[in-house]
Design a protein around this ligand. Structure first.
Ligand code: DGJ
Length: 560
C-alpha cells in the first residue's frame, strides 16, 4: 500500500496556507478529497477529508437499510457519538428488473446520514450474504440456466451462485458498477467513505462447485499466477494443494470473482473496498472446522489469506467479523488478521445484545484501538434501545463509545503517529503498565523509558499498589479501559473508564521523584481543547481515578 500520509500532511498544509492567503475557504476542497487508506511505519489509517480518521462505527440489522427502519436508529447513533454507520444496500432492491436501477433507497440513506453528520460504509449484499445468495434479484434466482448455481458431485444445485460462471460475475459487476457510478454523482462530498464488497462470501452447503464447468477448471493445472504467488510447484489442484485443494480452489474462484466486482466498481469511483470474513472457528477459536459446513468455503478465512491477497489486489483489506466471547481469543483473531499490508478493521463485533457466555465485551473496541485498528463496528445497532433502562453491560458499551466519540480526530491522528497505547482489564490481571519513551512513542521502540503509566482496575483510593501486574480480584464485568497518548515530552492525553492511572518514573531513577504539574479535565471542540476544570487534591493524590462514565484528561508531568 502506498504511504501517502507524509506527502498529504505537507500537501494539505500548503493548500491551506494558499487558500488562507487568497482568503478562500479551504474546507470544500478538502471535503471532496477521495477517502483512502494510508500506511506508514506499519501503522494504517483511513484518510477522510485529508486527515486520519478512526471509524467509530456500528452496523444496523440486515433488514434496516430501508428509509423508515434507518430513521429509527439515529437516536442510538447519536447517543454513541458514532462518526460512521455501516448500512447494507441490496442488489434485489436496486435492480428489480435486469438493467433497470432504482436508487431511491440509497439516496435516502445518503440524505439521512448527511442530516445526522455521520459517514457511511455501504455493505454490498450481492452474490454472497453469509455464504448464501439470498440477496440476488429474483430474475437471477429464477433463471438458473443463465445464472448457474454451485452443484454437488451428484449434480444437485444449492442456493449459492457458482463463482465459476462468467454470467454471474458479469451481472453482479454491472450492478455494483452502476451503484458506484450513481454514488459518484449523488455523493460528491463522500458521505460514503468505504465499501464492503459482498458479505461473508464463500459457500455454505458445498466446499466448492463440482459442476462440469468448475470441474474442468479444477482438473486443469493450477494457473501460473497463483502457483507463482504462493511459491508452489506447478501441477493440478489436487497435486499442488492436496487435502486443501477443494477449499483453495473455492478461495481462488471467490476472490477472483470479488476482485472483478471491485474492479468494475473502482473504475467508477475508487473508494477503499474491503471484504468481511465469517471466521473459520467463530465460537471456539482455534479449532479445526469444516469448510462449506461450519463456515463459508472460499471466503477470506485466515488460512486462505495468501490466495486472497494474490487474487484480489483491488480489495484493500480482509476484515474479521469477531463474535468471539473471550478476550484472549478475541485478541488472537485481531493479531492474525492485522498484518503488514492488511490494516485491521473489525466491521462486526458482538456488542449490542447479550451473547451466551460473554461478559465485558465493551472492552473489545479498546483492544482494537490498542492494536492500531482503523475502525470498529458493533453489530445490530437496532437492538440498542436507549429509551429503555440499559443493563450494566450495555451501559459499559455505550460509555466506552461516548468517551472515544468525543475525540475521534485526535485518537486517529495519535494512533497513526504511533503515540497511543491502551490498557484494558482482563480476567485475573489487576494492573497493566504502559511505557513511553522520551519522544512519546512506545518505549520498546527505543528501549528508553521516560514514563511508566500504571493502569489498575478497578479505581481505588487505597495507596497505589506495587508497580507490577498481580493477580486480581477484578470486577465481574471487566470493563476497565484506558487510552493513553503522548502529546509531547511529559504531556499526555488520557481517556479512562473504571480504572486508576498513575504516572511513575522508570525503575532505578535514584532519588528523582515524579510530580504532577497539571491535570486538566476537558473536551475537544473540533481540534480545540476546552479545559473545564483542573483535577487536584483527592482527584490526584491517589492516582487519577476514572469512574464508569469516563473522563478525558490532559496531563503535564514533571520530576524533582
Ligand atoms: C454476520 C453477518 O455478516 C451479519 O450480516 C449478520 O447476519 C450477523 N452475522 C448476525 O449475527
Amino acid at each position: 500500500m502506498r504511504s501517502i500520509w507524509v506527502e498529504l500532511k505537507s500537501g494539505v498544509t500548503a493548500v491551506l496556507s494558499l487558500f488562507a492567503v487568497a482568503g478562500i475557504a479551504a474546507i470544500p476542497t478538502l471535503a471532496q478529497q477521495m477517502p483512502s487508506l494510508a500506511e506508514d511505519h506499519g501503522r494504517a489509517t483511513l484518510m477522510v477529508d485529508g486527515a486520519p480518521y478512526f471509524l467509530l462505527g456500528a452496523q444496523v440489522d440486515n433488514s434496516s437499510g430501508w428509509t423508515d427502519r434507518l430513521a429509527a436508529v439515529w437516536p442510538a447513533s447519536e447517543e454513541l457519538r458514532l462518526n460512521t454507520l455501516e448500512v447494507p444496500v441490496y442488489w434485489e432492491q436496486m435492480e428489480p428488473v435486469r438493467g433497470a436501477f432504482d436508487f431511491t433507497v440509497v439516496d435516502s440513506i445518503l440524505a439521512q446520514a448527511q442530516a445526522h453528520k455521520v459517514r457511511l460504509v455501504l455493505l454490498w449484499f450481492g452474490t454472497w450474504k453469509n455464504g448464501k445468495m439470498h440477496y440476488v434479484p429474483d430474475w437471477v434466482k429464477s433463471d438458473t440456466a443463465t445464472y448457474p448455481r454451485m452443484k454437488s458431485k451428484a449434480g444437485v444445485p444449492i442456493d449459492v451462485l457458482s463463482p465459476n460462471a462468467p454470467a454471474n460475475v458479469q451481472a453482479d459487476s454491472t450492478a455494483f458498477a452502476t451503484l458506484m457510478r450513481h454514488l459518484k454523482q449523488a455523493d460528491p462530498q463522500h458521505t460514503v467513505i468505504m465499501m464492503q464488497v459482498e458479505n461473508e462470501s464463500g459457500s455454505l452447503g458445498l466446499v466448492r462447485d463440482f459442476s462440469p464447468t468448475a470441474q474442468a477448471i479444477f482438473d486443469a493445472p493450477v494457473p501460473a499466477d497463483l502457483v507463482r504467488a504462493l511459491n508452489k510447484r506447478p501441477g493440478t489442484w489436487s497435486q499442488v494443494f492436496g487435502d486443501d485443494a477443494d477449499e483453495t480452489f473455492a478461495a481462488w474462484s471467490v476472490s477472483r470473482y470479488i476482485n472483478a466486482v471491485a474492479a468494475a466498481g473502482k473504475k467508477e469511483l475508487a473508494l477503499p473496498m474491503y471484504v468481511n470474513n465469517w471466521l473459520k472457528s467463530p465460537r471456539a477459536f482455534p479449532i479445526t472446522t469444516v469448510p462449506g459446513d461450519d463456515y463459508p468455503s472460499g471466503g477470506p478465512t485466515i488460512n486462505m489469506h495468501p490466495v486472497w491477497k494474490a487474487m484480489a489486489p483491488l480489495i484493500d483489506l480482509l476484515a474479521p467479523d469477531i463474535y468471539v466471547p473471550n478476550s484472549e481469543n478475541y485478541r488472537s483473531v485481531m493479531r492474525e488478521f492485522h498484518q503488514p499490508g492488511n490494516p485491521l478493521l473489525i466491521p462486526e463485533s458482538l456488542g449490542f445484545e447479550p451473547f451466551p457466555g460473554a461478559t465485558g465485551y465493551a472492552r473489545y473496541l479498546y483492544f482494537a484501538i490498542g492494536d492500531g485498528a482503523i475502525g470498529f463496528g458493533n453489530f445490530g445497532l437496532d437492538r440498542l434501545h436507549i429509551d429503555q433502562p440499559l443493563n450494566q453491560e450495555m451501559r459499559a458499551v455505550v460509555e466506552g463509545y461516548r468517551l472515544l466519540g468525543s475525540f475521534t480526530p485526535e485518537l486517529a491522528a495519535l494512533n497513526f503517529a504511533g503515540k497511543l497505547q491502551t490498557a484494558v482489564e482482563e480476567d485475573g490481571i489487576s494492573q497493566k503498565e504502559l511505557h513511553f519513551d522520551g519522544a512519546g512513542g512506545p518505549s520498546n521502540a527505543s528501549g528508553n523509558i521516560a514514563w511508566r503509566v500504571i493502569v489498575s482496575f478497578p479505581p481505588s483510593y487505597d495507596p497505589p499498589a506495587a508497580p507490577v501486574s498481580t493477580t486480581s480480584d477484578t470486577t465481574a464485568l471487566h470493563e476497565g479501559r484506558a487510552v493513553v497518548a503522548s502529546l509531547g515530552p511529559n504531556q499526555f492525553l488520557v481517556a479512562g473508564i473504571d480504572c486508576r492511572v498513575h504516572f511513575a518514573l522508570p525503575l532505578h531513577s535514584g532519588s528523582k521523584q515524579p510530580q504532577i504539574l497539571k491535570v486538566e479535565e476537558g473536551r475537544y471542540d473540533g481540534a480545540t481543547w476546552i479545559p473545564t476544570r483542573l483535577w487536584n487534591g483527592d482527584e490526584t493524590d491517589y492516582g487519577l481515578n476514572f469512574g464508569g462514565k469516563g473522563s478525558l484528561l490532559r496531563i503535564t508531568m514533571g520530576s524533582f
